[in-house]
Ligand binder design. Structure first.
Ligand code: HEM
Length: 305
């Protein structure tokens, strides 16, 4: 088609808009040509020099140490990671990857938990039926439930292993004592998430676990009616910490509702806030501690054979 001489020499079919015809038509044609030329020039230009590109990427991309640092620092997600890290400190043989895996499991739990909430009602008559419905009728419901349950079991294990690693590498020592403290809170919150989730299926396992667990709360010092100084402070079975946890004096519908609200709203929000503090603090403490630097014999001043 483009080889057809007739077509290339043909004038535009549309008539000029006003009466003073040919002159205006020529001007239009010229400005159209100019615009086309401008467009072609624009296409030839490197898009990385355009305004749009530089509004997104505010630094050059040539592979230099400075540009690599800038790429990390000027990106909202990447900047959560330090621009420079000690290679030995992030080795799996040092960290066991356990903190990262614990966080990954928390993300999976949050996502699968939100989907479970679409099907679950925290009421005595309905809760266990919803579990059966999820297991047998909801498409991928059993997979969803088991992903949540197994990730929860795994998170409890990995958080303990993470704590063990931090202890074994002495990473709780100054300047990281504060972050160790934040970690202890995260450990308690992880256990509480696990405990409150246990009751939600409202099956025998959960019911008796929570019965035993909350019975122990009776013996809390000061706050439990059977605990040290509890009765002196006026604690009874109807106003102590166990009563507050259960919303009553037995494990019943109020306890289910309270467990649900703590499990799905209260504890995840508090845990997320402390995780943000935990991660921020790792950076402020000079990144992950890392193994002690290896000294060669000739670098050690007091060395003598
Ligand atoms: C929800 C629970 C937790 C999450 C998601 C979490 C996450 C992390 C991550 C990703 C790191 C970076 C290094 C690594 O992966 O090992 C880390 C470091 C650290 N965590 Fe945790 N952590 C949790 C609980 C704990 C607990 C229970 C403790 C101790 C009681 C703790 C104390 C520390 C300390 C002291 C560091 C710095 C370690 C170093 O510099 O070598 N964390 N945490």
């Amino acid at each position: 088609m483009s080889g057809d001489p007739k077509q290339t020499t043909e004038k535009p079919k549309s008539a000029p808009p006003s009466g003073n015809g040919a002159k205006n038509g020529d001007a239009n044609e010229e400005s159209l040509l100019d615009k086309t030329r401008e467009g072609v020039e624009m296409l030839k230009r490197d898009p990385r020099e355009g305004q749009l590109w530089t509004s997104v990427f505010r630094h050059k991309l040539d592979d230099s140490p400075r540009n690599r640092s800038l790429a990390v620092l000027s990106n909202v997600f990447l900047h959560l990671h330090p621009a420079k890290i000690n290679r030995d400190a992030v080795r799996y043989s040092f960290t066991w990857g356990m903190g990262g895996i614990t966080f990954f499991l928390f993300v999976i739990l949050t996502l699968t938990g939100v989907f479970l909430m679409f099907y679950y009602h925290p009421t005595k008559g309905q809760a266990f039926r919803d579990i059966l419905y999820l297991r047998h009728d909801v498409p991928f419901g059993n997979l969803l439930r088991n992903m949540h349950r197994w990730s929860a079991h795994a998170m409890v294990i990995t958080v303990w292993l993470h704590m063990l690693r931090v202890f074994m590498t002495g990473s709780y020592k100054p300047p990281r004592e504060f972050n160790w403290g934040v970690g202890v809170l995260l450990l308690v919150l992880t256990m509480l998430l696990s405990f409150t989730g246990y009751l939600l299926p409202d099956d025998q396992l959960g019911f008796w676990a929570v019965t035993v667990g909350t019975n122990m709360a009776r013996a809390t010092p000061l706050l439990g009616h059977e605990g040290p100084f509890g009765s002196q402070l006026g604690m009874t079975a109807f106003n102590d910490i166990r009563f507050a946890l259960l919303g009553g004096s037995i494990v019943d519908s109020n306890a289910l509702l309270r467990a649900y609200i703590w499990h799905c709203i209260g504890i995840p929000i508090v845990a997320s806030v402390f995780m943000i503090v935990h991660f921020w603090r790792i950076r402020k403490d000079g990144s992950i501690s890392g193994p002690a630097p290896i000294m060669l014999a000739h670098e050690f001043k007091g060395w003598s054979k």
